[in-house]
Structure formats: structure tokens, C-alpha cells
Design a protein around this ligand. Sequence first.
Ligand code: URA
Length: 290
Amino acid sequence: MAEDFSFAIDRALRQELEGWRRAGLSHLPMPRRKRSAASPPSASAKPATTRTPPSSNSVSRTTSPPVTRITSQPTTAPTTHALPVVAEPLPPSPHSLGSREDREWRLNQLRQRVAACTRCQELACARTQTVFGVGNPEARFLFIGEAPGADEDAQGEPFVGAAGQLLNKIITACGLKRDEVYICNILRCRPPGNRKPLPEEAAKCREYLDGQIAAIDPDFIVCWGATAAQNLMGTEESIGRLRGRTFQHGRATVLCTYHPSYLLRNPAAKKDVWEDMKLLLKQAGLLVPA
Ligand code: URA
């Protein structure tokens, strides 16, 4: 009897989690832990352990577990961090889980929601259009930037301005093509005057980012700049301390590095980004340019 009961609870829980996963939720928020006085001021995300480079881009995806857990452990609760907003679950995808059609379908559902989103009144009033994301839904590499600027707001695509031109050069230098990656931002609307995203704006947009990560299910996530790194992983650690190593976010290995806009202002930091890119390529099992 007790066993029947626990089986029923287990099944109900699985169904509930499956519903959330289909809605695009990639993780369940964990209670924030206070950093103990003795703990070092390290990044809150857990450094990645060595991964075997995946041999195929699509095979394992169809068998990935229904709920991706964030293995990074926030250590402090930044007072400015708002709780993520979770809206209506997406309807179940009509396509086989993890297929290209399934990913495209889920991304399209999210894109439509983003286009109609008015959660951040100030941004929704000021935007020309939303900037959802662009790229290959089966990409191994997901790039996350900060927020659209004027050029992106005008064209509806991330990283098309000066920073985007530099990002393109970095992608090419890595031996990759822009359509081999997927690119999005922490925010999908341009903050007025290109100011930094507010924590509550990032929290309201988080559902869309998590949905994109869940749909694409990348092997690697590159956080370009502190805003992307800190928001994705829930840390206040500086980008200078987060770069140069990798972290684990669900199934994906995360690499954080300087934002291309920062490189435009501080070209000396390009060598650090190049070191980071070589680490990324090495972990991905790709040829590392000399
Ligand atoms: N900077 C970003 O972080 N994202 C863009 O899309 C453009 C510039």
C-alpha cells in the first residue's frame, strides 16, 4: 500500500516536472545559501569538471533528462536580485523531443511571446522591436550578451553593431561560422541610453533565456561580459575572476569572457579573450588555432 502510494507520488511529480520542462523551464530555483564567513570569495558557479567532448551534436539530445539542473550554487543572495518570472507553460510540442523541428517550434513559441511582452514597461515603450536571438537551433555553442543596443533594436538581431563586427571576427578566428552558433542576450529589449539591464528586468526576461537554453540544449555557453556571466550563474564575481575557467550549467559547460564592447575600448584584453576561446575550443574537441 505504502509502495503504491509512493509510486503514485513519484508519477505525479514526474508528470509535473515534464509539464514544466515542456514549458521551457530548464531548472528549478534553489534556495539561496548565505556565504559563510569562512568561505572564499570564489565564483558561485561550480567549476566544470573535465568533459568528454561530445562526438555528435544531436544524438544525446533526444535522451537528455527532462529537467536540467543548474549545478552552480549561488553563495550569496545579492539584494538586488529579483525572482524569475514564470508565465503560462508552453503547449506541448507536436514534434519529437530534441528534433530540429521541436527546437524551432519551441523557439518560435517563445519568440511570439517575447514580441508581445510588456513586462518591463519602460523597455517595451522605448523599443523599436524585440531582439529575440538568432542562429542555429542545433548549435553546440550558445553565446549570451548583455542587451540589444541601437543597431540591434533597429534591425531586430543581436550583435549587428560594432561589437557584433568584432564578435564575428572572433567567431571566424575560432574557425567557426556565425550560423554554427546561436546568439542571444540577457535582455530582449534595448535599455534606454544603453544602460545596464536592471536586476528586475533580467529576472523578467529570464524565462525566455531559460527557454532558449532548454530548446537549443547547447554543449557550451559563452557569457560575453559580466552582465551575462553574473545573471546566468547568479554570482556577483567580477568577469576578471570568472574568465579563464569553465563552469557547469545543467548539461552545458560555461565559459565567461570579456564583452566585445569592452575589447573595443580595451584592445589589450583581446589576448585574454583569445586564451579563453582556445580553452573553449579545446574543451569542445575542436582544432585550436596556433
Ligand atoms: N551588445 C550585446 O551585449 N548584445 C547585443 O546584441 C549587442 C551589443
